[in-house]
Design a protein around this ligand. Structure first.
Ligand code: FES
Length: 512
């Protein structure tokens, strides 16, 4: 038996070295490193451009269409279209683009020194070291949140942290982990530790409390309102971080309820508060967060969607990892699949689940009520992966919660879905989900050309906040007073709207 060839991938500027088998999709490798794929890897947006500094990387038709001859000659490739066929050195530059490229009133002044932006997620952490003079990202580090072993989702972590000793231990754990990520950023970039002036962290309300060591009891019961959700500022010594005593570490403030500073940062990144046109930002996760409005008024809310979008509580659900079906399409009444890591299918991740149900509706295997047609109990997509009735029910609960939240916020603004000019889908799931499938299942009640995968808006907003820490108009501080939190549970109509939104739309009701 011949041993499968593996190749070496060296990433710049992160200096991360990876090894992977021949034929591995670059997209699968780079996603783990925090690289985003704004059009979901369809080869349409150029957002995943990387520059090949050494080694050979194929050019296919999609790349010839999207990249000029000059760009191809200079080594630019679309990472979503390439497989590994050689040892390569790849430069990742996508993070630089969104900083300091602005002519509007929102422009950020370059500053002296270095800054660190951290997106503290329930599952993953991303930290970037920035040169505040140029906006250049000098290094990136990602990690799984070390607290996850004490509860995968926010509510189980709130339960664990009810004990004061546990709360302190969780705070110590995450502070140590982020301190060590900062050390790694300094090491990888060869930056001077003393040049780091500011660190900005964003995260959901529970992550905010667990980092700051604040009592999570108010988050464990109705009305789920944080009592200490404001801006928290620390010195390096408070956290045991090896930075200059003058460096300032800020955890940005929460917006209310379970809407944290990750959403505040998302509004900063998408500039919803600057546009007169109605826009929306939706972060799809176990806790779905929604912001709707314009420069006149912005409303935000969170809604418990359950873990279906993350592939959890689904009979053959799994995280977006090797073996997960991430895409399902219908060709001539047959199903086609994309499996992550080019492996045999083992289960469905969130985007695959949404696609599978959309395909089931198109093929009339699933009825608009969510029930299988013809008394079927389950549907074999491709052995051994099956979809069950309760899987469909979990997805209905998730999409119903988001769609109902969206509906209520629009109602309060006296608007309807037709008034929304742009919808930004934030976060990793928003990056990968098929917009037409999301529309087919009624998760999004808008034409697909109004939907944009916005990538990690929390991290982008944290970076932008590094350039505007003084509370001026257009900064996170200015935004804080413009965004109103709506507690959905207290809305008399929420339950009825939620029940209505559980059904899938009839084909004639899917917006074109
Ligand atoms: S072109 Fe690759 S993600 Fe859009």
């Amino acid at each position: 038996m011949t041993k499968e060839a593996t190749y070496r991938v060296l990433l710049r500027p992160t200096e991360v070295e990876l090894r992977a088998p021949a034929g591995t999709q670059l997209r699968d490798l780079l996603f783990e490193q925090g690289v985003e794929f704004p059009c979901g890897g369809q080869g349409r947006c150029r957002g995943c451009r990387v520059r090949v500094l050494a080694g050979a990387v194929e050019v296919n038709a999609a790349q010839r269409e999207r990249l000029s001859e000059e760009e191809l000659k200079n080594g630019w490739r679309l990472a979503c279209q390439c497989r590994l066929t050689d040892d390569v050195v790849i430069e990742l530059r996508q993070w630089d683009a969104a900083i300091l490229v602005d002519e509007s009133a929102f422009a950020f002044e370059p500053r002296l020194g270095l800054g660190v932006a951290v997106d503290l997620g329930t599952t993953t952490l991303v930290a970037q070291l920035l040169d505040l003079t140029t906006g250049h990202v000098m290094a990136v580090r990602t990690a799984l949140n070390a607290q996850a072993r004490y509860g995968a989702d926010v509510m189980s972590r709130v339960g664990y942290a009810a004990d004061k000793d546990h709360l302190l231990a969780l705070a110590q754990l995450i502070r140590r982990q982020i301190g060590s990520l900062i050390d790694q950023l300094i090491f990888a970039s060869k930056a001077r530790r003393s040049d780091i002036r500011d660190v900005v962290l964003v995260g959901n309300t529970v992550m905010h409390h667990l980092f700051c060591g604040l009592d999570v009891e108010p988050l464990s019961h109705y009305p789920f309102e944080p009592q200490e959700g404001g801006l928290k500022t620390f010195g390096a010594n408070d956290l045991g971080w090896n930075l200059e005593p003058g460096a300032t570490i800020r955890f940005l403030p929460c917006l209310g309820g379970f809407v944290g500073s990750d959403v505040l940062a998302g509004v900063l990144a998408t500039r919803l508060a600057e546009s007169q046109e109605m826009g929306a930002l939706v972060d799809l996760g176990t806790n779905g967060e929604i912001v709707v409005g314009n420069s006149a008024r912005l409303l935000c809310a969170s809604t418990a969607a359950g873990p279906a979008f993350e592939g959890a509580r689904i009979s053959m659900g799994m995280r977006a990892a090797t073996g997960a079906i991430s895409q399902v399409t219908v060709e001539d009444h047959h199903l086609d699949f994309r499996v992550l890591g080019n492996a045999a299918p083992q289960g469905l991740c969130g985007s695959g689940l949404v696609d599978a149900v959309a395909a089931g509706l198109d093929l009339e295997v699933i009825q608009p009520s969510g029930r299988f047609a013809n008394g079927r109990k389950e549907w074999t997509l491709v052995p051994p992966v099956v979809l069950t009735q309760s899987d469909i029910r979990e997805l209905q609960l998730a999409k119903g919660a988001i769609a109902a939240g969206f509906h209520i916020l629009l109602d309060r603004l006296g608007a309807s879905a037709g008034d929304v000019r742009k919808l930004y889908l934030a976060g990793a799931f928003g990056n990968y989900i098929s917009h037409s499938s999301a529309q087919r299942i009624g998760l999004i009640n808008l034409p697909v050309d109004k939907v944009n995968a916005a990538g990690n808006t929390a991290l982008l907003g944290a970076k932008l906040a590094l350039f505007s820490l003084d509370g001026e108009e257009g900064s996170y501080n200015g935004l804080l007073h413009k965004i109103e939190h709506v507690p959905l549970k207290a809305d008399a109509k929420f339950q009825d709207v939620f029940v209505e939104e559980l059904a899938f739309p009839e084909p004639s009701h899917v917006p074109s």
